[in-house]
Write a protein that binds this ligand. Structure first.
Ligand SMILES: NC(=O)c1ccc[n+]([C@@H]2O[C@H](COP(=O)([O-])OP(=O)(O)OC[C@H]3O[C@@H](n4cnc5c(N)ncnc54)[C@H](OP(=O)(O)O)[C@@H]3O)[C@@H](O)[C@H]2O)c1
Length: 283
């Protein structure tokens, strides 16, 4: 199997490259720089050229503009990265015959607290990131063959801005003062478990919209405290706070109901303890 991974240098893209190699696929990674294929998804013709070069059986689109501030400042760029390529890849997948997996987000739900949202739960779009990501998944789903994954993840980018896990581990190790959000809920899953689930769902022929995350819904504060426990560290200077004042406004009730994914995979997805264990193993 030949796999083209867009956004191969990112947090999830790196894990997808590792997983694709682990299952014996020939992998071509693409990003603007630092990968096998240098390409900018916003440039006309770039996707056609990448598909000609890679001749994939499967395209996994992990490319995204994930900087919320930049998405607010430049909604056109956010659309060009987060939405437009999904529509092009959906159409090209149907005409060229490759399978297409598009990575969406969980950033669609507010004020539900610890609710685990289903694939058909009503969405609320609170910022440009959410608007363009939602547009991307709608465009991808125009292909009946596309698999669109709603998710959130924890892992190591090892370049650029620190991820939540990278920040938390460094702050825990130094026992730094920190404010932990008790009112922001998530089902984030470690990137290794997520990448394994993505390729497994593809191999099992899954199509349509599928939530993939931890089977648990937990607050960001609960995650950091569990991580500190697993690292055998005390948080002497941690206080509990609220994410409500952050700007741009964040969605805060991001729990996902993952029962559809678990039924297709025929196995449970990891709870919080397993997510933390797997995260620390891949450190
Ligand atoms: N991180 C999370 O917690 C999270 C949660 C939910 C959903 N997601 C979604 O999951 C996907 C992956 O997220 P991530 O955290 O792995 O993102 P990331 O670490 O920011 O990586 C983004 C990737 O996209 C590439 N990229 C950005 N702009 C590009 C362009 N114009 N042309 C080509 N490549 C471009 C980046 O490489 P270059 O910049 O070098 O081009 C990088 O490889 C995204 O769709 C994101 O919306 C992420």
């Amino acid at each position: 199997m030949r796999v083209l991974i867009l956004g191969a240098t990112g947090l999830l893209g790196q894990a997808c490259v590792r997983q694709a190699r682990a299952i014996g696929a020939d992998v071509v990674g693409a990003a603007r720089s630092g990968s096998e294929l240098d390409m900018d998804v916003t440039r006309p013709g770039s996707l056609d050229n990448a598909l000609d070069a890679a001749a994939p059986d499967l395209v996994v689109n992990c490319a995204g503009l994930t900087d919320l501030d930049l998405c607010e400042r430049d909604p056109g760029l956010a659309y060009a990265v987060n939405a437009r390529p999904a529509g092009i890849l959906a159409a090209l997948g149907d005409s060229r015959g490759f399978r297409f997996v598009h990575i969406s987000t969980d950033h669609f739900f507010v004020a539900g607290g610890r609710t685990a949202h289903k694939e058909d739960s009503p969405v609320t779009l609170v910022n440009e990131y959410a608007r363009t990501k939602y547009c991307g998944e709608r465009l991808a789903l125009l292909s009946p063959q596309a698999l669109v994954i709603r998710t959130s993840m924890l892992g190591f980018r090892r370049r650029g801005a620190a991820t939540l896990a990278e920040w938390a581990i460094a702050a825990i190790e130094r026992d730094e003062p920190m404010t932990l959000f008790a009112d922001a809920f998530t089902s984030s899953i470690d990137t290794d478990s997520l990448a394994a689930a993505i390729f497994d769902l593809d191999q099992r022929g899954a199509v349509g919209l599928v939530n993939v995350g931890s089977s648990a819904v937990y607050s960001k504060a609960e995650f950091v405290r569990r991580l500190a426990d697993a690292m055998g560290k005390r948080l002497s200077h941690a206080t509990t706070g609220s994410a409500a004042g952050l700007r741009p406004r964040r969605a805060d009730s991001l729990g996902l109901d993952v029962t559809r994914a678990e039924a297709i995979l025929e196995r449970p997805l990891p709870g919080l303890n397993k997510v933390v264990e797997s995260l620390l193993r891949s450190r």
